[in-house]
Design a protein around this ligand. Structure first.
Ligand code: NAD
Ligand code: DAU
Length: 349
């Protein structure tokens, strides 16, 4: 019997992963621990909340007592760790909260796992991380699993710190750890502070589309379900101590991606061609904005045959359709605190 603790399971990627694990592994117990920050939302998990193999506990991963109680009560023998502060712009405004959750929270979890797992056989600590730890690429080349770390934002520095601690616990204490570093995810249930859901929301409501700098930065985009399929595969099959890069082989210059999104939105909303693109507004760049991320995901394909399952056009269209079909979700998460954040982040830029 696997009793799996998934942290951050009420967030964007976490909710997709929880759903997948609860449905695909009825003989596992899935315990979702989430602090329910602004980014965590139990509505994301309505369809699995009554499943017999699923439990939700509201707790902070920095709270040693609460997490220890969960390990004890549920006989946790595996962790998939996603809980984090995840938005780069917020990390620029408030770095310390990123150190708190991403570094101290991760080390707290590692300590608890180490304490409870006296016998390490059959145990697994899977850490979900980002390609941003590798820094920024020029026009050529890809991040591989051996690219040296060069984090450049408070967010990526905190994720790099957490990766180093996870690896250090593997080397020093023999903890059976696995790390994956993934590129930009997109899909349903993503909080509308991130580029795609923010711009979809702004197009629907006729607000400006704030493109940072010249819009020339490049990101690699992967459908969230494909990321979760890769995590599932690696969680079950990767060797202890291994690291894998996960990416979509799908690089887009921001401004090209935004024009593609605008075209899809015009079609879906029955607006004239070019209508949404009129909302594009170039604003002051993000400080320290990494120019290009690109993942070489060939190791994952070579070892386990993993490949993205959908084309970007298919995934993006399905994503747009989901946001348009779920206005109540968007309205709820963009009310209250979101308004204050938006004002602070974009006013006078
Ligand atoms: P998210 O911000 O949507 O969700 C994070 C979740 O963690 C939320 O539910 C939040 O409530 C919870 N959380 C935050 N602090 C917590 C704490 N102290 N204790 C317990 N729960 C807490 O993030 P996401 O985009 O789903 O990212 C999930 C993970 O994947 C993160 O570790 C992120 O670094 C990593 N990642 C994200 C992407 C991406 O494109 N979104 C890409 C690669 C890696
Ligand atoms: O690469 C993986 C990372 O992708 C994850 O680790 C992070 O958790 C996730 O947030 C994401 O980081 P980015 O900074 O790449 O994502 P974001 O959606 O914030 O921005 C994508 C690109 O769009 C980036 O180049 C900045 C730009 N951008 C973003 C926003 C929010 C804009 O031009 N305008 C905006 O308003």
């Amino acid at each position: 019997m696997k009793n799996i603790l998934i942290t951050g399971g009420a967030g964007f990627i976490g909710s997709h992963l929880v759903r997948r694990m609860v449905r695909n592994y009825p003989d596992y117990r899935i315990v979702n621990v989430d602090k329910l920050t602004y980014a965590g939302n139990l509505e994301n998990l309505r369809d699995v909340e009554d499943a017999p193999n699923y439990t939700f506990v509201k707790a902070d991963i920095c709270d040693e007592k609460a997490i220890s109680r969960i390990f004890e009560e549920h006989k946790i023998n595996a962790v998939v760790h996603l809980a984090a502060e995840s938005h780069v712009d917020r990390s620029i405004a408030d770095p310390l909260s990123f150190v708190q959750t991403n570094v101290l929270g991760t080390v707290t979890l590692l300590n608890i796992a180490r304490h409870f797992w006296k016998d390490l056989s059959g145990k697994r600590f899977y850490h979900v991380s980002t390609d941003e730890v590798y820094g920024s690429l020029g026009q050529e080349g890809f991040f591989t699993e051996t690219t040296p770390y060069d984090p450049r934002s408070p967010y990526s520095a905190s994720k790099a710190g957490s990766d180093h601690f996870v690896r250090a616990y593997g080397h020093t204490y023999g903890l059976p750890v696995v790390i994956s570093n993934c590129s930009n995810n997109y899909g349903s249930y993503q909080f509308p502070e991130k580029l795609l859901p923010l711009f979809i929301h702004n197009i629907v409501t006729g607000k400006a589309l704030p493109v940072y700098g010249k819009g020339e930065n490049i990101r690699d985009w992967l459908w969230v379900e494909d990321h979760c399929a890769a995590i599932d595969l690696l969680f079950h099959k990767a060797k202890d101590g291994s690291t894998y890069n996960i990416g979509g082989w799908n690089e887009w210059k921001n401004i090209d991606l935004i024009h593609l999104l605008c075209r899809i939105m015009d079609q879906k909303l029955g607006r004239a061609d070019g209508e949404s693109a009129k909302l594009i507004s170039y604003v002051t760049d993000r400080p320290g904005h990494d120019m290009r991320y690109a993942i070489d995901a060939s190791q994952l394909e070579k070892d386990f045959g993993w490949k993205p399952s959908v084309t970007f056009e298919q995934g993006l269209e399905a994503t747009v359709e989901w946001y348009l079909a779920n206005p109540e979700w968007v309205n709820r998460v963009t009310s209250g605190e979101y308004q204050k954040y938006y004002e602070k982040q974009y006013a006078g830029r």
